[in-house]
Design a protein around this ligand. Structure first.
Ligand code: 13P
Length: 339
């Protein structure tokens, strides 16, 4: 029923040279991020920080969509304009995180299952009224001794598929985010094996739930060695391992793959994306970004909670947005970091 609207949203989100800004940190996560720069997580601080991000001049040249947390969707700018409208005025599509976070999966120590399906259709209808045109649901998969269990992968895939189906019924484009965490000392092959199984299970579930692949986007982890693995990988190795895995598991009907940064350094997240877009073999999907930390970290540091630093923070965000836009086109070089 809403296929034209979803087609338009997908086309805007996957626009060439653009990617997505994830600014949907939940209450606990934003508190942690603010604490790292000695800022109290009050509602006003969250509002003014996010207004600063969204009003960065010409942000829409590099950013196609922003994922918001529920609170932000309802907040207004200093000038009294609803923040989703502030984004729309920059040519940016507003989206909304709709999951309620991951909780321990009973009987499977160490595994987690994402909550939030109850009442989701009603919540989505409300978010749509407020301007949200796409949504995000994040599943978290941990690699460890005996982890993840097959059951954890299946449960999370099923919730992702049910969420995606509900979104599409309302004309909202679902971003399906199965994140295999980079915590641990495992090698890149282990991440490749787990990511392949997760993606395979997720796309089976999406098929069973009749999700239209043309009207969704995938937000996955890159295939990386664990954070504490002594054997780290070059951007070319990451690109090869990631693309081999994705070609086996992600149907060509999916319009875009928008990677999360997941704790990679800003530069690594950019260089890895660039390597995928310069890979010898042509890929069927747009390869882009949906970064949280890798776009925001320098801006947050520059801001430090002070109104006087507003412009410096915006410039820091614009720099990362511009470099990731270059990487999305395969035009990034490390020397651009100096500019
Ligand atoms: P990071 O890029 O910081 O991993 O955040 C993206 C995100 O939206 C995680 O759900």
């Amino acid at each position: 029923m809403f296929s034209q609207a979803m087609e338009r949203t997908v086309a805007e989100l996957t626009a060439p040279a653009k990617g997505i800004l994830a600014a949907d940190e939940s209450a606990g996560t934003i508190e942690k991020r603010f604490k790292s720069v000695d800022v109290a997580s009050t509602e006003e601080n969250r509002r003014s920080y996010r207004e600063l991000l969204f009003t960065a001049p010409k942000l829409g040249d590099y950013i196609s969509g922003v994922i918001l947390f529920e609170e932000t969707l309802k907040q207004k700018s200093e000038a009294g304009i609803a923040l989703p409208q502030v984004l729309a005025a920059q040519g940016i599509v507003p989206g909304i995180k709709v999951d309620k976070g991951a909780q321990a999966l009973a009987n499977f120590p160490g595994d987690k299952a994402t909550q939030g399906l109850q009442g989701l259709a009603e919540r989505l209808a409300g978010y749509k009224e407020l301007g949200a045109r796409f949504a995000k649901w994040r599943a978290v998969i941990t690699i460890g001794d005996g982890l993840p269990s097959t059951r954890a992968i299946e449960v999370n895939a099923d919730s992702l598929a049910r969420y995606a189906a509900i979104c599409q019924e309302l004309g909202i484009v679902p971003i399906v985010e199965p994140e295999v965490l980079m915590d641990g000392n495992h090698g890149i092959e282990r991440c490749a094996g787990v990511t392949e199984e997760v993606l395979e299970t997720v796309f089976h579930a999406l098929h069973r739930h009749r999700v239209q692949l043309e009207y969704m986007l995938l937000k996955p982890n890159m295939v990386l060695p664990g954070k504490d693995c002594p054997q780290q990988a070059t951007a070319e190795e990451v690109a090869a391992a990631t693309l081999i895995c994705f070609r086996r598991t992600v149907p060509a009907a999916v319009p875009g793959i928008h990677f999360l940064s997941g704790g990679q350094s800003d530069e690594a997240a950019t260089a890895n994306l660039n390597a995928m877009n310069t890979y010898a073999q042509k890929q069927p999907w747009a390869l882009s970004f949906s970064y949280g930390r890798a776009l925001q970290a320098p801006a947050l540091k520059a801001w430090h909670g002070m109104a006087a630093n507003r412009e410096a923070a915006q410039q820091a965000l614009l720099k990362r947005a511009r470099l990731n836009s270059a990487a999305r086109q395969g035009k990034y070089t490390a020397s651009m970091e100096a500019g």
